[in-house]
Design a protein around this ligand. Structure first.
Ligand SMILES: Cc1cc2nc3c(=O)[nH]c(=O)nc-3n(C[C@H](O)[C@H](O)[C@H](O)COP(=O)(O)OP(=O)(O)OC[C@H]3O[C@@H](n4cnc5c(N)ncnc54)[C@H](O)[C@@H]3O)c2cc1C
Length: 288
């Protein structure tokens, strides 16, 4: 059973910000509720007021502007999955949406909720970090845009301040053509990641370029495996070099042991997923 909590449906972003301002730490934003309602039921969170932003059209749009794709924080996973621009230009993001949860959860869960919740295994943080995404944060004083890497401070910790709201994700439309998202769950789809990775790269004259390798559920927060990236950046690509990069990624992981898997298993799976991700991203880059 849920504890008693007051509820207001926000009429717009400005109204939601005013409510956050008036009620301070006692107020929480409610989007799809797929994380928050679980937290309430398990008494991990006890807000006095829920500010429902799930019906706000101004947060639910995907639009191309100024060389970037702007994805509203309120866009559901189902909508993200079906967006033609996301599928064509950001296949790693589309792939994360494809393997996200189940049909019912995808219809409610939002991109913004996934980022604001900042779980170490959150699916979307991984491809978005690899795609050099930024986020726009709305506050009564105005909006500010910060790189996703700076938004993410630690497990369930973000740069969102009191009275602030995540408005949108901004993706530069010049992403490398080679993209892959690999996820290991405890069942096929519909599961939180045991480990995951995104590999994004171009291939120029047989060499890796603009290489990004990001690991999820392998440390307190998703992170770039920079030594692995450097093993491919500007280098002639080969199976041996891909193997070395995957081993470097596994070495950079700091996994924990929990109900989903032991640290040793996770580290081994990081190596396997990164190896697979490099092959997939490289093949896509060569095809393009
Ligand atoms: C059955 C099930 C399966 C799941 N499977 C997956 C999975 O495969 N992969 C995965 O990554 N996650 C999964 N999750 C977790 C969850 O669905 C996601 O993290 C989801 O994206 C959260 O979005 P939401 O809209 O439901 O957020 P909510 O639960 O509404 O909110 C989550 C947090 O974000 C805050 N918030 C929401 N929107 C904003 C905003 N615009 N600005 C600032 N703060 C905001 C809320 O206040 C709250 O603290 C699963 C959950 C369930 C219940």
């Amino acid at each position: 059973m849920l504890p008693h909590v007051d509820y207001v449906r926000a009429e717009g972003v400005a109204h939601a910000l005013a409510l956050l301002d008036r009620h301070g730490a006692g107020a929480r934003l409610l989007a799809g509720g797929t994380d928050l309602l679980v937290d309430l039921r398990e008494r991990r969170s006890a807000p006095a007021l829920l500010v429902d932003i799930s019906e706000l059209d101004e947060l639910a749009a995907i639009r191309a502007e100024d060389g970037a794709l702007h994805i509203g924080a309120g866009v559901t996973v189902a909508a993200l999955r079906e967006d033609a621009t996301v599928q064509a230009e950001f296949p790693a993001l589309a792939e994360a949406a494809r393997w996200f949860a189940d049909y019912l959860t995808r219809n409610k869960a939002t991109l913004g909720g996934n980022l604001a919740n900042a779980s170490p295994g959150a699916d979307f943080l991984v491809p978005l970090l690899a795609l050099d995404a930024a986020v726009t944060i709305a506050a009564a004083a105005g909006d500010r845009t910060v790189p996703l890497d700076q938004f993410l401070l630690g497990p369930r910790q973000t740069a969102l301040g009191r009275g602030e709201l995540l408005r949108e994700v901004v993706l530069p439309r010049s992403a490398p053509a080679g993209q892959a998202y690999e996820k290991l769950g405890l069942k096929h789809g519909g599961a939180i990641a045991v480990v995951s990775c995104a590999v994004v790269m171009d291939v120029r004259a047989g060499r890796g370029a603009r290489v990004r390798i990001v690991l999820g559920a392998a440390a307190p927060r998703p992170f770039r495996a920079r030594a692995a990236e450097e093993r491919l950046e500007g280098q002639p690509l080969s199976a041996e070099r891909a193997e070395q990069a995957a081993a470097l990624a596994a070495g950079a992981a700091q996994p924990i042991s929990d109900v989903r898997g032991s640290a040793e298993y996770r580290r081994a799976m990081v190596q396997a997923l990164v190896r697979r991700g490099i092959d997939a991203a490289q093949a896509a880059a060569v095809r393009s």
